[in-house]
Design a protein around this ligand. Structure first.
Ligand SMILES: [Zn+2]
Length: 278
Protein backbone atom coordinates (compact mmCIF):
# COMPACT_ATOMS: atom_id res chain seq x y z
CA UNK A 1 0.00 0.00 0.00
CA UNK A 2 2.89 2.39 0.73
CA UNK A 3 4.13 1.96 -2.81
CA UNK A 4 0.68 2.54 -4.24
CA UNK A 5 0.09 5.62 -2.08
CA UNK A 6 3.44 7.30 -2.69
CA UNK A 7 3.50 7.33 -6.48
CA UNK A 8 0.72 6.55 -8.92
CA UNK A 9 3.37 5.35 -11.39
CA UNK A 10 3.85 2.35 -9.11
CA UNK A 11 0.31 1.11 -9.73
CA UNK A 12 0.98 -0.72 -13.01
CA UNK A 13 4.17 -2.24 -11.57
CA UNK A 14 2.36 -3.60 -8.52
CA UNK A 15 -0.55 -4.74 -10.68
CA UNK A 16 1.86 -6.77 -12.78
CA UNK A 17 3.33 -8.42 -9.69
CA UNK A 18 -0.15 -9.28 -8.49
CA UNK A 19 -1.15 -10.69 -11.87
CA UNK A 20 1.97 -12.80 -12.10
CA UNK A 21 2.24 -14.13 -8.56
CA UNK A 22 -1.44 -14.84 -8.12
CA UNK A 23 -1.41 -17.01 -11.21
CA UNK A 24 1.86 -18.73 -10.34
CA UNK A 25 0.68 -19.40 -6.80
CA UNK A 26 -2.65 -20.62 -8.06
CA UNK A 27 -1.04 -23.09 -10.46
CA UNK A 28 1.13 -24.51 -7.69
CA UNK A 29 -1.97 -24.96 -5.52
CA UNK A 30 -3.20 -27.50 -8.08
CA UNK A 31 -1.25 -30.06 -6.06
CA UNK A 32 -2.94 -28.96 -2.83
CA UNK A 33 -6.32 -29.23 -4.55
CA UNK A 34 -5.52 -32.79 -5.55
CA UNK A 35 -4.37 -33.71 -2.04
CA UNK A 36 -7.50 -32.24 -0.47
CA UNK A 37 -9.96 -33.98 -2.77
CA UNK A 38 -8.23 -37.30 -3.41
CA UNK A 39 -5.43 -38.09 -0.97
CA UNK A 40 -6.57 -37.25 2.55
CA UNK A 41 -7.86 -40.32 4.44
CA UNK A 42 -10.51 -38.05 6.01
CA UNK A 43 -12.09 -35.54 3.65
CA UNK A 44 -12.69 -32.28 5.46
CA UNK A 45 -13.30 -29.56 2.90
CA UNK A 46 -13.24 -29.75 -0.87
CA UNK A 47 -10.85 -27.66 -2.93
CA UNK A 48 -13.86 -25.85 -4.34
CA UNK A 49 -15.12 -24.92 -0.87
CA UNK A 50 -11.64 -23.81 0.18
CA UNK A 51 -11.26 -21.69 -2.94
CA UNK A 52 -14.63 -20.05 -2.35
CA UNK A 53 -13.82 -19.24 1.27
CA UNK A 54 -10.16 -18.26 1.11
CA UNK A 55 -9.85 -16.89 -2.43
CA UNK A 56 -13.24 -15.64 -3.55
CA UNK A 57 -14.40 -14.29 -0.18
CA UNK A 58 -11.15 -13.27 1.55
CA UNK A 59 -9.18 -12.47 -1.60
CA UNK A 60 -12.22 -10.76 -3.08
CA UNK A 61 -12.42 -8.46 -0.02
CA UNK A 62 -8.74 -7.57 -0.43
CA UNK A 63 -9.21 -6.58 -4.06
CA UNK A 64 -12.27 -4.49 -3.20
CA UNK A 65 -10.06 -2.64 -0.72
CA UNK A 66 -7.26 -2.16 -3.27
CA UNK A 67 -9.66 -0.85 -5.92
CA UNK A 68 -9.31 2.64 -4.45
CA UNK A 69 -5.68 2.67 -5.62
CA UNK A 70 -6.60 1.60 -9.12
CA UNK A 71 -5.68 -2.07 -8.54
CA UNK A 72 -8.05 -4.56 -10.14
CA UNK A 73 -8.48 -8.26 -9.49
CA UNK A 74 -5.59 -10.33 -10.88
CA UNK A 75 -5.59 -11.37 -14.50
CA UNK A 76 -6.56 -15.00 -14.58
CA UNK A 77 -8.90 -14.61 -11.63
CA UNK A 78 -11.97 -15.64 -13.62
CA UNK A 79 -10.19 -18.67 -15.05
CA UNK A 80 -9.00 -19.65 -11.57
CA UNK A 81 -12.57 -19.40 -10.27
CA UNK A 82 -13.79 -21.60 -13.12
CA UNK A 83 -10.94 -24.01 -12.41
CA UNK A 84 -12.17 -24.68 -8.87
CA UNK A 85 -14.55 -27.28 -10.34
CA UNK A 86 -11.86 -29.06 -12.35
CA UNK A 87 -8.22 -28.86 -11.35
CA UNK A 88 -8.13 -31.44 -8.54
CA UNK A 89 -9.75 -34.07 -10.78
CA UNK A 90 -7.52 -33.27 -13.73
CA UNK A 91 -4.36 -33.46 -11.63
CA UNK A 92 -5.29 -36.78 -10.00
CA UNK A 93 -6.18 -38.27 -13.38
CA UNK A 94 -2.76 -37.25 -14.68
CA UNK A 95 -0.86 -38.74 -11.74
CA UNK A 96 -2.96 -41.91 -12.00
CA UNK A 97 -1.99 -42.32 -15.63
CA UNK A 98 1.65 -41.35 -15.16
CA UNK A 99 2.06 -43.19 -11.86
CA UNK A 100 4.97 -45.24 -13.16
CA UNK A 101 7.00 -42.00 -13.11
CA UNK A 102 5.78 -40.55 -9.79
CA UNK A 103 7.38 -41.58 -6.47
CA UNK A 104 4.09 -42.15 -4.70
CA UNK A 105 1.02 -44.34 -5.11
CA UNK A 106 -2.33 -43.58 -6.71
CA UNK A 107 -5.70 -45.30 -6.59
CA UNK A 108 -9.28 -45.03 -7.75
CA UNK A 109 -11.47 -43.42 -5.07
CA UNK A 110 -13.87 -45.77 -3.25
CA UNK A 111 -17.62 -45.58 -3.90
CA UNK A 112 -18.04 -43.47 -0.75
CA UNK A 113 -15.31 -41.10 -1.82
CA UNK A 114 -16.84 -40.77 -5.26
CA UNK A 115 -20.22 -40.02 -3.68
CA UNK A 116 -18.51 -37.26 -1.68
CA UNK A 117 -16.94 -35.86 -4.85
CA UNK A 118 -20.33 -35.95 -6.64
CA UNK A 119 -21.87 -34.00 -3.78
CA UNK A 120 -19.06 -31.44 -3.64
CA UNK A 121 -18.82 -31.04 -7.42
CA UNK A 122 -22.43 -31.36 -8.59
CA UNK A 123 -21.88 -29.80 -12.02
CA UNK A 124 -18.64 -31.47 -13.05
CA UNK A 125 -17.70 -34.68 -11.24
CA UNK A 126 -20.38 -37.01 -12.59
CA UNK A 127 -20.28 -35.37 -16.00
CA UNK A 128 -16.53 -35.38 -16.70
CA UNK A 129 -14.52 -37.21 -14.06
CA UNK A 130 -16.46 -40.13 -12.56
CA UNK A 131 -16.93 -41.89 -15.92
CA UNK A 132 -13.19 -41.84 -16.54
CA UNK A 133 -12.35 -43.14 -13.07
CA UNK A 134 -14.91 -45.94 -13.40
CA UNK A 135 -13.57 -46.83 -16.82
CA UNK A 136 -10.01 -47.06 -15.50
CA UNK A 137 -11.23 -49.07 -12.52
CA UNK A 138 -13.00 -51.52 -14.84
CA UNK A 139 -9.86 -51.86 -16.93
CA UNK A 140 -7.70 -52.43 -13.86
CA UNK A 141 -10.10 -55.14 -12.63
CA UNK A 142 -9.70 -56.89 -15.98
CA UNK A 143 -5.93 -56.78 -15.50
CA UNK A 144 -5.40 -53.79 -17.80
CA UNK A 145 -4.20 -51.19 -15.32
CA UNK A 146 -2.87 -48.54 -17.67
CA UNK A 147 0.44 -46.83 -17.00
CA UNK A 148 1.53 -44.28 -19.51
CA UNK A 149 5.12 -45.08 -20.43
CA UNK A 150 5.96 -41.62 -21.71
CA UNK A 151 6.28 -38.40 -19.76
CA UNK A 152 3.90 -35.45 -20.02
CA UNK A 153 4.89 -32.18 -21.66
CA UNK A 154 5.46 -29.44 -19.09
CA UNK A 155 4.43 -25.81 -19.24
CA UNK A 156 7.58 -23.68 -19.52
CA UNK A 157 6.30 -21.20 -16.92
CA UNK A 158 4.58 -23.21 -14.18
CA UNK A 159 6.37 -26.50 -14.98
CA UNK A 160 3.17 -28.42 -14.32
CA UNK A 161 2.15 -31.05 -16.90
CA UNK A 162 -0.15 -29.67 -19.57
CA UNK A 163 -3.25 -31.16 -17.97
CA UNK A 164 -5.55 -28.16 -17.74
CA UNK A 165 -8.51 -27.63 -20.04
CA UNK A 166 -9.71 -24.66 -22.06
CA UNK A 167 -11.71 -22.04 -20.22
CA UNK A 168 -15.33 -22.89 -21.00
CA UNK A 169 -14.56 -26.36 -22.42
CA UNK A 170 -13.52 -29.08 -19.97
CA UNK A 171 -13.23 -31.62 -22.79
CA UNK A 172 -10.27 -29.95 -24.51
CA UNK A 173 -6.70 -29.58 -23.23
CA UNK A 174 -5.55 -25.96 -23.18
CA UNK A 175 -2.39 -25.50 -25.17
CA UNK A 176 -0.50 -22.30 -26.00
CA UNK A 177 2.87 -21.56 -27.52
CA UNK A 178 5.30 -18.68 -28.03
CA UNK A 179 8.47 -18.25 -30.04
CA UNK A 180 11.64 -16.66 -28.68
CA UNK A 181 14.95 -16.37 -30.53
CA UNK A 182 13.90 -19.06 -32.96
CA UNK A 183 12.78 -21.63 -30.39
CA UNK A 184 9.25 -22.64 -29.55
CA UNK A 185 7.94 -22.77 -25.96
CA UNK A 186 4.77 -24.40 -24.66
CA UNK A 187 2.28 -23.23 -22.05
CA UNK A 188 -0.72 -24.54 -20.17
CA UNK A 189 -2.72 -21.31 -20.32
CA UNK A 190 -2.94 -17.76 -21.61
CA UNK A 191 -1.62 -16.54 -18.27
CA UNK A 192 1.49 -18.70 -18.20
CA UNK A 193 2.20 -17.58 -21.75
CA UNK A 194 1.75 -13.90 -20.82
CA UNK A 195 4.17 -14.30 -17.87
CA UNK A 196 6.75 -15.85 -20.22
CA UNK A 197 6.26 -13.19 -22.91
CA UNK A 198 6.96 -10.47 -20.36
CA UNK A 199 10.32 -11.98 -19.28
CA UNK A 200 11.30 -14.59 -21.86
CA UNK A 201 15.03 -14.22 -21.12
CA UNK A 202 14.29 -15.49 -17.60
CA UNK A 203 11.98 -18.40 -18.41
CA UNK A 204 14.01 -19.84 -21.28
CA UNK A 205 16.43 -20.89 -18.53
CA UNK A 206 13.81 -23.12 -16.84
CA UNK A 207 15.18 -26.57 -16.04
CA UNK A 208 12.18 -28.63 -17.09
CA UNK A 209 12.62 -32.21 -15.86
CA UNK A 210 10.77 -33.92 -18.70
CA UNK A 211 12.68 -31.97 -21.34
CA UNK A 212 15.99 -32.70 -19.61
CA UNK A 213 15.16 -36.40 -19.40
CA UNK A 214 14.35 -36.64 -23.09
CA UNK A 215 17.53 -34.75 -23.90
CA UNK A 216 19.45 -37.49 -22.10
CA UNK A 217 20.61 -35.49 -19.06
CA UNK A 218 19.04 -37.70 -16.39
CA UNK A 219 20.54 -41.15 -16.90
CA UNK A 220 23.22 -42.84 -14.82
CA UNK A 221 26.77 -42.62 -16.18
CA UNK A 222 27.43 -45.34 -18.70
CA UNK A 223 23.80 -45.53 -19.87
CA UNK A 224 23.52 -46.00 -23.63
CA UNK A 225 20.28 -44.48 -24.93
CA UNK A 226 20.99 -45.91 -28.39
CA UNK A 227 21.01 -49.52 -27.12
CA UNK A 228 18.26 -51.73 -28.51
CA UNK A 229 15.16 -51.82 -26.31
CA UNK A 230 16.37 -48.80 -24.30
CA UNK A 231 13.57 -47.58 -22.02
CA UNK A 232 14.06 -43.93 -21.03
CA UNK A 233 11.48 -44.16 -18.25
CA UNK A 234 13.22 -47.08 -16.51
CA UNK A 235 16.59 -45.36 -16.98
CA UNK A 236 15.41 -42.15 -15.36
CA UNK A 237 13.77 -43.99 -12.44
CA UNK A 238 17.11 -45.68 -11.82
CA UNK A 239 18.82 -42.28 -11.97
CA UNK A 240 16.31 -40.99 -9.38
CA UNK A 241 17.11 -44.06 -7.22
CA UNK A 242 13.42 -44.96 -7.25
CA UNK A 243 12.67 -48.50 -6.21
CA UNK A 244 10.45 -49.55 -9.11
CA UNK A 245 7.37 -51.44 -7.96
CA UNK A 246 7.81 -50.29 -4.37
CA UNK A 247 7.85 -46.48 -4.60
CA UNK A 248 5.42 -46.16 -7.51
CA UNK A 249 2.32 -47.88 -8.98
CA UNK A 250 -0.95 -48.63 -7.16
CA UNK A 251 -1.49 -48.06 -3.45
CA UNK A 252 -3.54 -51.27 -3.37
CA UNK A 253 -1.21 -54.08 -2.35
CA UNK A 254 1.72 -51.74 -1.65
CA UNK A 255 4.05 -51.78 1.34
CA UNK A 256 2.76 -48.30 2.22
CA UNK A 257 -0.77 -49.66 2.46
CA UNK A 258 0.32 -52.43 4.85
CA UNK A 259 2.35 -50.01 6.98
CA UNK A 260 -0.45 -47.47 7.12
CA UNK A 261 -2.95 -50.09 8.26
CA UNK A 262 -0.54 -51.51 10.87
CA UNK A 263 0.45 -48.11 12.27
CA UNK A 264 -3.16 -46.95 12.44
CA UNK A 265 -4.09 -50.08 14.39
CA UNK A 266 -1.18 -49.49 16.77
CA UNK A 267 -2.31 -45.89 17.30
CA UNK A 268 -5.88 -46.98 18.01
CA UNK A 269 -4.73 -49.71 20.40
CA UNK A 270 -2.47 -47.31 22.27
CA UNK A 271 -5.30 -44.75 22.54
CA UNK A 272 -7.61 -47.44 23.88
CA UNK A 273 -4.98 -48.58 26.36
CA UNK A 274 -4.48 -45.03 27.63
CA UNK A 275 -8.23 -44.53 27.98
CA UNK A 276 -8.67 -47.50 30.32
CA UNK A 277 -9.04 -46.73 34.03
CA UNK A 278 -6.01 -47.76 36.07
ZN1 LIG B 1 1.54 -23.12 -16.90
Amino acid sequence: KFMLEQDAANVPIVQQWIDKWCWRGYRLLTLVAMMQDYMLPKRVMSWKEAWEMYAEQNGGALFKDLARYGIREPKGWKDACEGKDHISHQAWATFYNYNAAAPFHTWIPTQDEMAWLSEKYPTTFDKFYRPRLEHWQGEAEKGNRFYNKTLPMLCTTCQIPMLFTEPGDASKICYRESAYLGDKYHFCSDHCRAIFDHEPEKYVQSWLPVHQIYQGHCFKPGTDPTAEGFDPLIAVLQYYEMDIGRDNFDFEGSEDQKNFAAWRNEAVESRNAQGEPK
